[in-house]
Write a protein that binds this ligand. Structure first.
Ligand SMILES: [Zn+2]
Length: 481
C-alpha cells in the first residue's frame, strides 16, 4: 500500500488549495477555501447565493472542486459525479492551516460528520466571526495545540507555527506509514516570529521530511530573488535583498503615528500581527486607541484585553441589526464617539473599515493619516479605492499604504529556496503559486515533483514515483460510495 497525494485545486492560483492525502480508507484533506480571484467569483455580494442550492451551484460553476466524501448528500442536490460524506466507510478529516478566506472559506459546506481541525487560535477566531454574523459556520470545528501530535487512522499530525499574519496560522507535519509530509500553509520568514519558525523547521527536519508541499505565492513575482537568503537577525528592519522585515514595517507605522493629526486604521480583522503591532505602537506614540466592536470582541477572545470601542458619530455599532453578542460587549466596554476624538485628534488612533468611510467626514480639518493595512478596498486603482480617496480628499486626511504591508504576508522567493535547505526534503511540490514563473523554480535541495490539479502522486518508502496520468477532478467518476 502507498500513500496517495491528490491535488484538487489551488496549485497555480493564489489560495483555494485543496489537497487530499490518503492511505487505505483514511484520508486527510487540506485546506478548504476559495481561490483568491475576485473576477472569477459569481457571488459578489450583490448576486444572491441560491439558498439550499448554494453548494451545488458552486460545484457547477467550478468554484469548488468535485471532491468525494466531504459534502452531505442532501446539500449536493444530486450533483453528478460527487459522492456524499459517509464517515464510517470513508473516514475523512479536514485540516485548515489558517483562517483566511482562501484557506477556510468553504468549511461551512462540509458535512458535520467530517471533523474540521485547525489551531486553537484559528478556531477561536472563526467561532467569533460566526457569532458576529461574519462567517457561516453551521458545524463544529476542533482547535488543536501547536506542537502536540494527534492521530487520525494511520496518520500522525502535528501543527507547526508558520508566522503568517492570520490568527493561529500553522503548517502541518503529517507522518503516514509510507513517509513524512510537511504542508507549510502560508508562511514567512521575515516576520517577528521567524526565530520560532526556524525552530519548527529544525524539529521537522530532525524527523526527516520526504515531501515538502509549500506555498509559492511570490515565485515569479517582481520581488527580488536574494541569491544568498538568510533570515534577517531579530530586530533588523531590512533584509539583505532590501525588503523590509516586519520590524521595518513597524518602523514605518511609528513614523506615521508620530505625525500630528488623527490616524485612522483600516485593517483586515482576521490578521493578528499587523493589528496588534499598530495598536501597541500607537500607545507607545502616546495615542489613545479605540476599535470597532467586532474587532474589540475578537481581540478580547484571543488576548483577554477589552479595548475601548469606537462608536462613530451616532453610535453606528448600536444600529438595530446589532447582534446580541455586540450588545453584550457594549454593556461592558468603554465607548468613544467621534466628538471625543475630534476634540484632540493628534492623540487618537481609531480603527474602522471601508463600509464606515462616511464616518471620515467627522474629521474634516483634523489632518493626519488613513493607514490602510488590509481589508477593503483592495488597493489603488479599484473603484472602491477611488471612492475612499474622494472622501479623504474632502476631509484632508492623507491615504498611506505601503505595498510591503500587503504582499509581505508570504515567503519571499529567496526564503522558499532557503526553506528547502533548512528542511532538507527528498521531494518538493509547489502550490498556491499564481505567477507563471513558478514553473522555473528549482529547489536547491530536494527533487521538484509535479503538482497540477488532477495529478496523483504515490509516496512509498519516502519516495514519490512518477505520477499517474492527470484525470480531471471535475469529471472523474466517484470512487467511493
Ligand atoms: Zn493563502
Amino acid at each position: 500500500m502507498t500513500t496517495a497525494i491528490r491535488f484538487y485545486a489551488g496549485v497555480s492560483t493564489s489560495g483555494g488549495t485543496i489537497i487530499e492525502v490518503s492511505h487505505g480508507k483514511h484520508r486527510l484533506v487540506f485546506d478548504f477555501g476559495y481561490v483568491f480571484d475576485l473576477p472569477r467569483h459569481v457571488f459578489d455580494g450583490t448576486i444572491r447565493p441560491g439558498g439550499p442550492h448554494y453548494l451545488a451551484d458552486l460545484l457547477a460553476l467550478g468554484l469548488l472542486p468535485r471532491i468525494d466524501g466531504v459534502f452531505s448528500e442532501e446539500r449536493l442536490r444530486g450533483t453528478a459525479g460527487v459522492a456524499g460524506a459517509h464517515a464510517e466507510a470513508d473516514p475523512t478529516m479536514v485540516l485548515i492551516s489558517h483562517p483566511h478566506e482562501d484557506h477556510i472559506g468553504a468549511i461551512g459546506l462540509i458535512d458535520p460528520q467530517v471533523p474540521v481541525v485547525m489551531s486553537e487560535d484559528a478556531a477561536t477566531l472563526i467561532r467569533t466571526l460566526h457569532d458576529l454574523g461574519e462567517f457561516d459556520l453551521p458545524r463544529n470545528v476542533t482547535g488543536v495545540a501547536l506542537g502536540e501530535a494527534f492521530t487520525f487512522g494511520p496518520f500522525e499530525i502535528t501543527a507547526r507555527y508558520s508566522d503568517h499574519p492570520a490568527w493561529g496560522s500553522v503548517g502541518y507535519e503529517i507522518a503516514s506509514p509510507d513517509g513524512r509530509l510537511f504542508w507549510t500553509g502560508d508562511w514567512r520568514l521575515h516576520g517577528k516570529g521567524r526565530t520560532r519558525v526556524l525552530g519548527e523547521l529544525a524539529s521537522a527536519k530532525a524527523a526527516g521530511i520526504d515531501l515538502l508541499i509549500t506555498e509559492g505565492t511570490s515565485l515569479g513575482s517582481a520581488l527580488p530573488v536574494d541569491p544568498s537568503p538568510q533570515p534577517a537577525p531579530p530586530g533588523s528592519t531590512v533584509m539583505p535583498d532590501g525588503l523590509a522585515t516586519e520590524e521595518g514595517v513597524d518602523a514605518e507605522f511609528s513614523r506615521i503615528l508620530a505625525q500630528p493629526g488623527i490616524v485612522i486604521l483600516n485593517i483586515y480583522n482576521r490578521d493578528f500581527s499587523p493589528l496588534q503591532n499598530v495598536l501597541a505602537l500607537a500607545r507607545e506614540a502616546g495615542r489613545n486607541v479605540a476599535v470597532q466592536a467586532d474587532v474589540a470582541l475578537i481581540l478580547e477572545r484571543l488576548t483577554g484585553e477589552l479595548f475601548p470601542v469606537y462608536l462613530g458619530r451616532e453610535g453606528y455599532q448600536t444600529a438595530e441589526a446589532t447582534p446580541g453578542v455586540i450588545a453584550e460587549l457594549l454593556s461592558r466596554a468603554t465607548t468613544v464617539d467621534a466628538a471625543e476624538v475630534a476634540a484632540d485628534p493628534s492623540h487618537w488612533l481609531v480603527q474602522f473599515g471601508y463600509p464606515e468611510t462616511a464616518e471620515l467626514l467627522a474629521f474634516a480639518g483634523a489632518g493626519g493619516s488613513y493607514l490602510h493595512v488590509g481589508g477593503l478596498p483592495l488597493g489603488p486603482g479599484s473603484p472602491e479605492h477611488t471612492r475612499l480617496q474622494r472622501v479623504l480628499d474632502t476631509v484632508g486626511i492623507s491615504y498611506t499604504q505601503s505595498t510591503r504591508h500587503v504582499h509581505f504576508a508570504h515567503a519571499t522567493p529567496g526564503h522558499i529556496a532557503l526553506m528547502t535547505e533548512l528542511l532538507d526534503p527528498r521531494q518538493v511540490a509547489i502550490v498556491h503559486a499564481p505567477y507563471p514563473g513558478m514553473t522555473a523554480f528549482e529547489p536547491p535541495v530536494g527533487r521538484r515533483v509535479p503538482a497540477e490539479a488532477g495529478i496523483v502522486l504515490h509516496l512509498d518508502h519516502g519516495h514519490i514515483s512518477e505520477p499517474a496520468a492527470a484525470s480531471d477532478p471535475g469529471t472523474r467518476p466517484p470512487q467511493r460510495a
